[in-house]
Design a protein around this ligand. Structure first.
Ligand SMILES: [Mg+2]
Length: 102
């Protein structure tokens, strides 16, 4: 998506959108994914909207400074990191279970 914003302006919008994702994710954790707040909407829908906003800004940055192929490669790399986090979490949970048994 072609943007006429400068690099600095795009980064400001990106920072704002990251804050909105944090807020939406926090609402999901505090009140539940399916909770609906008048004037705000359903939490998981808002989270998806904010994530979409970030992708839109990333697309604007990509248009000027890097390629969406770069982002795609990093997303694939991130999927591998998430699998490692999942493995670490199950290891920690098992250690905690063993420790609680004494
Ligand atoms: Mg937003």
């Amino acid at each position: 998506m072609r943007s006429n914003l400068t690099r600095e302006e795009l980064l400001i919008v990106l920072i704002e959108e990251c804050g909105e994702v944090i807020q939406a994710a926090t609402k999901c954790l505090r009140f539940g994914f399916g909770h609906e707040e008048p004037g705000y909407g359903i939490n998981h829908v808002q989270l998806a909207k904010e994530l979409g906003d970030i992708l839109g800004v990333a697309d604007g940055l990509a248009d000027q400074f890097f390629s969406m192929r770069d982002i795609d490669a990093m997303m694939k790399n991130r999927a591998g990191k998430l699998a490692k986090v999942e493995q670490m979490n199950s290891t920690v949970q098992e250690r905690n279970r063993v420790a609680l048994r004494g």
